[in-house]
Design a protein around this ligand. Structure first.
Ligand SMILES: [Zn+2]
Length: 140
């Protein structure tokens, strides 16, 4: 996976910015995300928590859904910036991967970073057995 794709840096920069806007008074786990679409549009998302904890929404899905709501185009890159989890980079959760599969398909590029380290993977390689839309290429 190419790390020098300029779309990845674009998404990471915007995700880092959105991370600063995360509403995380309960976990303190500030997460920001951003999507770059096939039109070159960058759509940010931030974690939004709630006192009713199950209502929290991940930064990645906020960005993916905002892309739909703003007619931004098909997601091609999804970046997530958060602190490490048990010493490893934090990757999108299963729910976010499933939404990303629906909207971006298996070739969507996912970039996970804590602001220093970076890992990049194709969605279909990261999660080869996710359910996919009828007619969509098999993920793996
Ligand atoms: Zn998630």
């Amino acid at each position: 996976m190419q790390h020098d794709d300029p779309r990845i840096q674009l998404a990471l920069d915007r995700a880092a910015e959105a991370r600063g806007l995360a509403y995380a008074p309960y976990s303190g786990f500030h997460m920001g995300a951003a999507v770059v679409t096939d039109r070159g549009t960058v759509v940010p998302g931030a974690l939004v928590e709630n006192v009713s904890l199950g209502l929290a929404m991940c930064a990645e899905r906020v960005a993916l859904f905002a892309g739909v709501a703003s007619d931004a185009g098909r997601p091609e890159v999804l970046a997530l910036v958060a602190r490490l989890t048990s010493g490893s980079l934090t990757w999108p959760c299963g729910a976010c991967l499933q939404v990303a599969m629906e909207l971006g398909g298996p070739d969507l590029v996912i970039a996970a970073s804590n602001g220093k380290r970076l890992q990049v993977a194709r969605l279909g390689d990261l999660a080869p057995n996710l359910p996919h839309k009828p007619g969509q290429a098999r993920p793996g």
